[in-house]
Design a protein around this ligand. Sequence first.
Ligand code: UD1
Ligand code: CA
Length: 459
Amino acid sequence: MTSAAKQFPAAAIILGAGKGTRMKSKHPKVMHKVASLSMIGHVIKAVTQINADKAVVVVGPNMEMVEAEVAPHQTVIQHNQAGTGDAVKAALPLMKDFKQGTVLILFGDTPFIQPETLQSMISLREEGNAVVVLGFDADNPTGYGRLISNAEGKLTAIVEQKDASPEELKVNVCNSGVMAIDAEHLEELLLAIDNNNASGEYYLTDVVKLACDRDLECAVITTDEDQVMGVNSRANLAHAEKVWQEKRRRVAMDEGVTLIDPDTVFFAHDTVIGRDVVIGPNVFFGPKVRVADDVEIKAFSHLEGATVGTAAQVGPYARLRPGAELQEAAFVGNFVEVKNTVMGEGAKASHLTYLGDSEIGAGSNIGAGTITCNYDGFNKAKTILGENVFIGSNSALVAPVTIEKDAMVSAGSVITKDVSAESMAFARSPQKEKEGMATKFRELAKKKKEAAKAAQKKD
Ligand code: UD1
Ligand code: CA
């Protein structure tokens, strides 16, 4: 997605101090992930895409995890969770230098808000509205604040479920929680909020009525529910993941990717995929994966932090871990794990192999069962292979070790020393042969078995 050009000054306050009790988790709710990115990370991404002039995240006490996740953005601690209005108030000291323009209020547990929507809210706010609220038509409005409008269709109040009259509960247009407020009036409106309501909390939503009382204009923008779904439980989280993945799969197919069974392919928030890529069933993308054109990723492969070059082939059952880089037409087959390793053009590791902390030269062939021994329990070391090296099956390459171009390693070798170009290395015990010994062995074994049987009968 391209970052939209912001026309007017805008700042964002993102609320994430809530404990998220219903998640039943030791982690803050906003740290739970969708598409391999924390929910607060998704919101920060949207804010970054509109080039907001500043973003402040409101966290609870002991939420260093969230502080680290949103860095370098500023954070402020809300000490008692006394409601959404109180949370925004906690951020006021950091907004002292932002008195003109739009302050967006976002929720850390509402991850799918789109930059285009924020942009529209800012524009509508700039048209002279003191408050712009993002609403949606809820399938099931239970639990959401309702947007109350007057006869002229002007927004006059937001009423929380708990405080709503039976008439108000019939309203289907709900509050997403996302708001755009005139920076000039932010402090005044927030300080006027009281906690005189069914929850005894300071409701941010009261700013609408307070603005109307002051003859300031309020407006509503609506969007689809998928963009503003809030996550309060693990079931909500799973639903959010499902909705996100379905959307992403459609985008992938629209952009020229074949998904043999779309429902079983899982993307991350930042997966980049080229054209004419074919992805088999049950493939999982963790964060930071880039796949070039004409690649085939076969069933049951797991990729994370990997770069896959043009026309490379992966899987079935391959695992690409962070730092795996497959150059053009490289091949990684079944039960092969690749970590922090560059595989040069056309290099192949077709089966049952671990390549870690290594460089595999172009055109090299890694036999089945090859293991780079990159770790001695304390330190990691590198394995370097030149071009067109051939590693025989079931070899252990004990790093640090270099095998120069066009060399060969015989099957079953344990390579502990460097191998020079064009040489063939043998590092296994020599083969012996004893004539007739197989026959002798069988006869002896047969006699032993018969003797044991006879002894059993006597007992
Ligand atoms: C809120 C809205 C409701 C809206 C709904 C949409 C209010 C009063 N109600 O209700 O109108 O329909 O969201 O999902 O605003 N938070 C803090 N500090 C607090 C309380 C909350 O930081 O003291 C944060 C939470 O971490 C969360 C967000 O604010 O990210 C929303 O809080 P939550 O308690 O989930 O509000 P809802 O009851 O869902
Ligand atoms: Ca909520």
